[in-house]
Design a protein around this ligand. Structure first.
Ligand code: COA
Length: 341
């Protein structure tokens, strides 16, 4: 279905960029499957069996999402040993910004007093972290910028229809951040690849300033600007693209699957991870999963998992790891990192 196109080779880079520090911030409010049983016609058993999710975090009603992002960013800066005034650029990847303007990135810049940083938001839905990493890598490898902060934050609880059992059980809220900066040659971000299938975009929609008649009809609740998804269409796309993108990024990097220590995929459904792993002939312990704790937290999913994998000692200096994701748009992407910290 997807054609393999070689990405620009890494020899062309002037500099190497890598992740210097990570941080996360999770809402304290834990919402379990049993809590959902009281709201919609569902069961703990169904949700665990069909998705792998046991609980998710929900942001406080009066807390702005960018505040969660700032908390994650402060931890990432501390872990990188970088002061906020050293940042050249802040990218916030999100599907659920507090405001369209000011952008989340400007709100984070203000909160961090990162006065030397340019700032913009990037929307690639659940693939937002991979897209942002590719942007940061290209700014740094050309020498244009030295330090880029990526913040991925999501408050999906604010856009789901809490009466729609086919979607409300799946999503959660969270923030994660990484600082990307210069590293020694042959370490850090080895390659990235990005893709989009706009013709399939109608399968996940969150309207904003406009909604078409067709999308209006799909929503039965009173609130119309909510998330709607055709789960089985997205599922089919997800399994295929996760396997394809993983193989592609390993090949683009001039490596084989045997060289890979860990795969950290977007956490949308445990059956998608198992399906992709099966296609690739990978053992379960090569594929990181924490979906049981957080559900689908969109762009924050991969960087939260990465932060955990590092803290759990699953990633060490020099290890090759694959980050791979897909999401609304539809979008997809992968990155191969040789851990540089
Ligand atoms: N609790 C109980 N039953 C539910 C339910 C819930 N929360 N949600 C749906 N069902 C029911 C359906 O109504 C259907 O009932 P029916 O057979 O009587 O019609 C049955 O369960 C099967 O529904 P189906 O949609 O076929 O389930 P599924 O096994 O495909 O799982 C998803 C649904 C959404 C979990 C799955 O399709 C999925 O994960 N898709 C990918 C979504 C994704 O990755 N999105 C994020 C993109 S970044």
């Amino acid at each position: 279905m997807w054609e393999h196109r070689m990405e620009p080779r890494s020899e062309h880079r002037l500099k190497w960029a890598g992740i210097l520090g990570t941080g996360i911030s999770l809402p304290g409010n834990i919402f379990t499957n049993h809590d959902l049983e009281k709201m919609v016609d569902t069961s703990d058993e169904w949700i665990i069996k069909r998705t792998g999710i046991r609980e998710r975090r929900i942001i406080d009603k009066d807390k702005p999402l960018h505040q969660l992002g700032i908390e994650a960013a402060e931890k990432a800066l501390l872990s990188a040993g970088i002061g906020s005034e050293e940042l050249d650029l802040i990218i916030v990847a999100t599907d659920t910004p507090d405001y369209l303007t000011p952008s989340m990135a400007c709100l984070v810049q203000r909160g961090l007093s990162a006065r030397n940083a340019a700032a913009f938001d990037l929307n690639a839905a659940c693939t937002g972290f991979i897209y942002s990493l590719a942007v940061a890598d290209n700014f740094i490898r050309t020498g244009y910028y030295s330090y880029v902060l990526i913040v991925c934050c999501e408050s999906l609880s604010r856009v789901v229809d809490w009466k729609d059992r086919s979607t409300c059980v799946l999503f959660g809220d969270a923030a994660a951040a990484v600082v990307v900066g210069p590293v020694d040659g042959n370490l850090g971000i080895i390659s990235t690849c990005l893709g989009a299938e706009g013709n399939l975009g109608h399968n996940i929609t969150i309207p904003c300033c406009y909604i078409s008649e067709e999308d209006l009809e799909k929503r039965s609740g009173e609130r119309k600007m909510t998330l709607w998804m055709d789960g089985s269409e997205v599922f089919k796309f997800a399994v295929g693209i996760m396997a394809f993108a993983t193989e592609k990024i390993v090949m683009d990097s001039g490596l084989s699957m045997d060289d890979i220590k860990l795969i950290i995929p977007h956490q949308a459904n445990i059956r998608i991870l198992d399906g992709a792993a099966k296609r690739l002939g990978l053992s379960e312990n090569m594929v990181y999963s924490n979906i049981h704790k957080y559900g689908n937290i969109s762009s924050a999913s991969i960087p939260v998992a990465l932060n955990e994998a590092v803290e759990d000692g699953r990633v060490a200096l020099g290890d090759n790891i694959v980050l791979v994701g897909f999401g609304g748009g539809l979008t997809w992407g992968a990155a191969l990192l040789r851990w540089a910290k």
